[in-house]
Design a protein around this ligand. Sequence first.
Ligand SMILES: [Zn+2]
Length: 130
Amino acid sequence: MKVTYLCPHCRGAINAENNIILSAKTSTNKVGLILLHEEIGNYTSALSSSLTVEKGEVVDLFCPICHKSLNIPKKDALAKYIRIDNGIKESYIIISRKYGEKITFKVDENKQVESYGEKLKRFIDPEWFL
Ligand SMILES: [Zn+2]
């Protein structure tokens, strides 16, 4: 199945080979790229050499193309981008920005929410996804 991930701002494609590529900045101003596996529920990740992140640290995520923030601007540490399956079916993917926290939501065009990874240990308002 062909899958494409897009930045919600510029709609540039942010995946290549099997990786989603995101630009990241830590609270201590370390910057670099984060590679996430494009398969939902696969939490394999890699960091470029200028970036080190402690487990549990929250990072700011940006589009590597237009550099706009992918953070969801509410108090919870989440980010979102767009996934397109087979060139047609569009959904939002919501991930945790807390490093090591394996949480993913997929919200389709009918606002159906699928949850992947660990169970949420903290409250997240579904209204914040969209
Ligand atoms: Zn962008």
